[in-house]
Ligand binder design. Structure first.
Ligand code: NAD
Length: 504
């Protein structure tokens, strides 16, 4: 289906917005979807081949901005997972573990280059299947995914330098389970360190966003990775995912997703001897002091919560503003919100795209309803949302109390709760008053205050005068219910290595 079809469904033009509600202050700049060659049906990628699922079943994956089907995707059952784990185990023993690091590096470089060469295709496909704005998939997801492969290619033949005096050895087959919010990027975060350290992988993408993981499998096939080194199985998390994680042939489980499922896996794997790392939810605080560069902070706050529609584990969903500037910051935020462009994710001007799935949309609606019932006030700039698809407007909540559900539970949507504080100590106390501990942002001109705050924040990442900055060399991960283990940097290699001796 081309732009024309999209236009005819939604009225003339390609913004995806109904004609009546279109806003005319900018011209639509649609990215063509012609570059994506969608298959009607996607099989499983096992042992270097595309194989039909033994279940004989498929599920439909859709474009969340229109609810139009994109493709049918194989549903892997237990037998399929068995085959994938067996292929990964054989590849580990015969084709990958003992390959010199510099040879493994070559494959990682090839994947990184292929991601760059096909970056437009990956970006458009990511946007179609996830609903995120094309400018984000184009400028963030795909380049960062390539950067992860480049970065880890550099480690593959230098592992002994990362852990001086120790003998780093791989673990075996890694089961890698990823969520729908950064479908390709999370695959890169998982696969690149696993492969660089000499492990093989069975990857399971989220059920609503399997397509870029499958395109990555195509790239891996073209890069001529030895068969079985990377396998991709698609299917429902509760069945395919859990069966994979529990599989006796798996030595290491790396999971990114909800805290609820993280807990299920932690219990399921207790005593199994498998290594486990969990990257789970968050409820990040963005803390703005009265001496902050306010306009810069406004941009950081907006990016912190509206980037990827707020469907980001480290989204700055709680804004703590020093009382003396609370009114000013709130006023500026409202003005800035009114300039955000919500609509067709393939439009290069779009700032806020579609919510990935209906269940997530319902969760956002429910938490905002609860906030209103608990006494919060809602601000939403006027914007017409498309009739079909999953949409939620950028939202500010004021009059929020720390006890409100919206201040405690992860919302994973474009909704910012504004709270206030008077002293740095109060800011630390309130920011840390959460079950989560993934990230935080501090906005102040005072360097000494940044250090004072950062030492006291119970968060895996603390940004100062910026937010949502990622680099493959910076370890990322959480405390408390945000999980454990780090991804990125030298620390991110450790969960894939036996540093004590004893791995087969
Ligand atoms: P989810 O936990 O429902 O699903 C994540 C993945 O796990 C999917 O592939 C899913 O199919 C699979 N899965 C579901 N149930 C499973 C089970 N019982 N056993 C094994 N696998 C199972 O989460 P989601 O809805 O896909 O993603 C949103 C959540 O992920 C949010 O809570 C967010 O905070 C979190 N997240 C965290 C990070 C991080 O780095 N900390 C990054 C992205 C998302």
């Amino acid at each position: 289906m081309g732009d024309e079809a999209r236009g005819s469904r939604n009225g003339p033009g390609a913004t995806g917005l109904p004609e009546q509600g279109r806003r005319f202050e900018y011209a639509p700049a649609p990215e063509s979807r012609e570059i994506v060659r969608l298959r009607e049906r996607y099989d499983l990628f096992v042992d270097g081949r595309w194989v039909e699922p033994k279940t004989g079943r498929t599920f439909t994956t859709i474009d969340p901005s229109t609810e139009e089907p994109l493709a049918e995707v194989a549903e892997a059952g237990e037998e399929d997972v068995d085959l994938a784990v067996r292929a990964a185990g054989e590849a580990y023993e015969t084709r990958w573990r003992d390959l010199p690091g510099k040879e493994r590096a070559k494959y990682l470089f090839r994947i990184a280059r292929a991601l760059q060469e096909r970056s437009r295709e990956f970006a458009v496909l990511e946007t179609l299947n996830n609903g995120k704005p094309i400018k984000e998939s184009r400028d963030v997801d795909v380049p960062l995914a390539a950067a992860h492969f480049f970065y880890h290619a550099g480690w593959a033949d230098k592992l002994e330098y990362a852990f001086p005096g120790r003998t780093p050895r791989p673990l075996g087959v890694a089961a890698q389970i990823v969520p729908w919010n950064f479908p390709l990027l999370m695959c890169a975060w998982k696969l690149a360190p696993a492969l660089a350290t000499g492990n093989t992988a069975v990857l399971k993408p989220a059920s609503t966003t399997p397509l870029t993981a499958l395109l990555l499998a195509e790239v891996i096939e073209e890069a001529e990775l030895p068969p079985g080194v990377v396998n991709v199985v698609t299917g429902p998390g509760g069945r395919t995912g859990e069966y994979l994680a529990r599989h006796p042939g798996v030595a290491k489980v790396a999971f990114t997703g909800s805290t609820a499922v993280g807990k299920v896996l932690r219990r399921a794997l207790a005593g199994s001897g498998k290594r486990l790392t969990l990257e789970l939810g968050g409820k990040a605080a963005n803390i703005v002091f009265e001496d902050a560069p306010i306009d810069q902070a406004i941009e950081g706050i907006v990016n912190g919560i509206f980037f990827n529609q707020g469907e980001v584990c480290c989204a700055g969903s709680r804004l703590f503003v020093q009382e003396s500037v609370a009114e000013l910051v709130t006023r500026k935020l409202k003005a800035r919100l009114a300039t955000l462009r919500v609509g067709d994710p393939l439009d290069k001007n779009t700032d806020v795209g579609a919510i990935n799935n209906r269940a997530q949309l319902e969760k956002i609606r429910e938490l905002v309803r609860s906030a209103i019932e608990e006494g919060a006030e809602v601000y939403q700039p006027p914007c017409e949302l498309p009739e079909r698809g999953f949409w939620f407007p950028p939202t500010l909540l004021t009059n929020v109390a720390m006890s409100h559900r919206v201040a405690r539970e992860e919302i994973f949507g474009p909704v910012l709760s504004i709270l206030t504080f008077r002293t740095p100590a109060e800011a630390v106390e309130k920011a840390n008053n959460t079950e989560y501990g993934l990230s935080a942002g501090i906005w102040t001109e005072k360097g000494s205050r940044i250090l004072w705050m950062a030492e006291r924040m119970k968060a895996g990442v603390v940004w100062a005068n910026t937010f949502n900055r990622f680099d493959p060399s910076s370890p990322f991960g959480g405390y408390k219910e945000s999980g454990f283990g780090r991804e990125g940097g030298r620390h991110g290699l450790e969960p894939y290595l036996d540093l004590e001796g004893g791995a087969p």
